[in-house]
Ligand binder design. Structure first.
Ligand code: B12
Length: 581
């Protein structure tokens, strides 16, 4: 790698200047009051977490963020009250902002909306965090986005002392926004404001939102945490607080990862996220997955307290955004799991956990060392936060792992290396592909195979497992795959279709934009005179425009009326392709 390949710009802002600019705002924007800080008499969540660890208390995290602010406020107080009545304490809420909150306030009206909460001003935010003594955690769409600075100001004023999501900086793209220099500037300025606060603020990063979702080796994921920690703690002087969990399905690896993480830092973690990728069934079936990962996470905190709250994800999460009742159920389940977990400790093979922990720690150190050396050799200024961040974001997870991963090179593996401690995503996708092939008719598979088709595959947002699955199926029946990318804007997809002239396009979508994305793509294709069949699957829903409702509604019928080929299951892929091509 050469510097020019990473930074074609002749001049870039200096991280130190941006940090100073952010810090200069600390006189005006400082941590305000909220019900949590007042109730527990603490200066920040950092202090509260340290106290809880000393007491041996395991903390609980719940995720909230309905589009409707009033509903979110009701949730804020009601979930806490109802759990409190049952003797269960909810310690913190992860508050999910909307996708459109990622862009500056004056451009928000035109921005693509997702399904999250839209907060317009600090006063509304303060009203929210005054609703109950639960620590507010603004993790999504604050750090890492063009609106990082103004969103940080708002949430600080509302007494939030845990702010993220640094992981999202590396992977999330805002529709129709390509200026990564502006995004990085805003993020570094916001970090300057954070570290200039008179109390410690946790800089949160959910690694599953970041590169960990794309790495194939858990040593790379843990190594990336080391690099993020270096940026936040060594270069910026903040407190790096990590979260992981969505993609960690294997209980042994999950427990070892938590332990390895604990041996690399003293800063308490934010939360261990639920193993959401394991939710694939009905609520009753999902309870089995919940019980498995939550027990492991509680055990992890008992064996090696790391200050992470544990996060019981409601069992309806794979169908839609969970409602208040369902969040309360999950929290009560969590309370009981914490009561019961100690009896499981004797069942754990600590030697085996220790063995994997050591492999992870050694591999992570090697990976982060390799990356730092590689960046230095390429001419990146590794003492500058701005250059460190932008270079990593531009290189991307796949290339970083290929160049600097610890596993042996092996072209037959998806990431190009044999993982030292494999993540579970690829295995799960392969199992889903087997199931989809079994569910497809052999006749369709043969028909598609003989047609020698070319299919363009893309996603509308960061969710790419659907795309990986579709590509795996197409590969199995000899279809030529054109990579249309991840988080691809409709006009870019149409341009790619015009260039490549595929027989069909397959889109996987999750952020509640299915219908608007489809109509925009069709319109852009029409400008090129194209009318290519477009298959669409994933989460086919949307919050109706101008509606006050908080939950997205299914738009499958509308999509079909507009001419989309609606796929509810990957097993439909081959018969649909056979029919349209
Ligand atoms: C994994 C995951 C993530 C990962 C994604 C990592 C990655 N690199 O892919 C991470 C953690 C990064 C993530 C982030 C977010 N997520 Co998410 N995520 C999920 C999760 C757990 C799984 C989705 C998935 O990939 N499944 C695997 C696929 C293969 O299986 P499947 O979904 O069942 O799909 C089947 C079919 O639909 C079909 N299929 C899928 N696509 C296609 C396409 C075609 C052409 C065909 C034929 C078939 C097909 O194949 C499958 C088998 O049949 C779901 C919840 C859940 N359990 O489903 C939430 C979920 C999709 N996420 C959600 C949200 C809101 C987000 C965030 C906005 C949260 C936030 N505030 O940050 C961000 C996205 C931000 C952005 N910029 O885009 C919501 C979407 C809400 C909605 N639309 O109603 C969900 C439903 C969770 C929830 N209930 O709130 N997420």
């Amino acid at each position: 790698m050469q510097r020019d390949d990473i930074f074609p710009e002749t001049e870039l802002p200096r991280g130190s200047d941006l940090l100073s600019q952010g810090a200069a705002l600390a006189g005006t924007w400082m941590v305000g009051r909220c019900a949590f800080l007042q109730h527990y008499g603490v200066k920040s969540e950092f202090d509260y977490k340290c106290q809880s660890m000393d007491e041996g208390r395991i903390m609980q995290h719940a995720q909230v963020g309905f589009r409707d602010v009033d509903k979110s406020r009701t949730a804020y107080s009601e979930i806490w009250e109802r759990c409190d009545k049952r003797g269960v304490r909810v310690d913190r809420y992860g508050l999910c902002l909307d996708w459109s909150m990622a862009v500056p306030r004056d451009q928000r009206a035109k921005a693509t909306k997702g399904t999250g909460m839209i907060l317009t001003d600090p006063e509304t935010c303060i009203a929210l965090t005054s609703s109950a003594p639960v620590a507010p955690h603004f993790g999504d769409f604050v750090l890492g986005f063009p609106a990082a600075l103004e969103n940080t100001q708002m949430v600080l004023a509302a007494g939030c002392t845990s702010i993220g999501n640094f992981g999202q900086y590396f992977t999330f793209k805002v529709p129709n926004w390509d200026d990564d220099v502006e995004t990085t500037k805003a993020t570094v300025e916001a970090l300057g404001l954070i570290v200039a606060q008179p109390v410690p603020i946790l800089v949160h990063s959910n690694i599953d939102d970041g590169f960990a979702a794309q790495f194939t080796d858990l040593t790379s994921s843990l190594g990336m945490m080391e690099i993020e920690k270096y940026i936040i703690e060594n270069l910026i002087g903040g407190k790096m607080s990590h979260c992981f969990g969505h993609h960690f399905s294997d209980p042994l690896a999950r427990l070892a990862f938590q332990s390895a993480m604990g041996s690399l830092t003293d800063t308490p973690g934010t939360m261990i996220y639920g193993n959401t990728t394991a939710y694939r069934g009905t609520p009753a079936e999902n309870y089995a997955s919940l019980a498995r990962y939550l027990s492991i996470d509680a055990l992890g905190q008992a064996l090696k307290p790391t200050g992470h709250a544990i996060n019981a994800v409601p069992v309806t999460e794979n169908e839609r955004i969970p409602d208040i009742e369902e969040i309360v159920d999950a929290q009560l389940f969590s309370g009981r799991t914490i009561e019961l977990h100690k009896s499981l400790v004797p069942l754990i093979d600590l030697d085996e956990v220790g063995k994997i922990t050591n492999q992870l720690v050694a591999g992570a150190k090697q990976f982060s060392g390799n990356v730092m050396k590689g960046l230095m050799n390429a001419g990146v200024d590794t003492s500058d936060a701005f250059e460190m961040m932008l270079s990593l974001r531009r290189i991307g997870a796949r290339k970083l792992e290929l160049l600097y991963g610890v596993g042996k090179e092996d072209n037959s593996q998806i990431g190009g290396r044999k993982p030292v401690v494999a993540g579970s995503v690829l295995e799960e996708i392969s199992e889903m592909a087997d199931a989809a092939m079994e569910g497809s008719s052999g006749r369709s598979a043969n028909a598609v195979r003989t047609k020698k088709l070319k299919v363009l595959v893309a996603t509308t947002d960061v969710h790419e497992h659907g795309k990986l699955l579709i590509e795996e199926l197409l590969r199995r029946v000899g279809v030529e795959i054109i990579d249309g990318g991840v988080s691809t804007d409709p006009d870019k997809l149409a341009e790619c279709a015009n260039l490549e002239r595929p027989d069909a396009i397959a889109v996987s979508t999750y952020n509640g934009v299915a219908l608007s994305y489809y109509t925009k793509t069709k319109a852009s294709m029409a400008e090129f005179g194209l009318d290519i069949p477009l298959l669409i699957g994933g989460r086919l829903n949307q919050i109706p425009e101008g509606s006050n409702t908080s939950l997205p509604v299914d738009v499958g019928d509308e999509l079909a009326q507009e001419g989309a080929i609606v796929c509810r299951d990957a097993a439909e892929l081959l018969s649909r392709l056979e029919a349209v091509c």
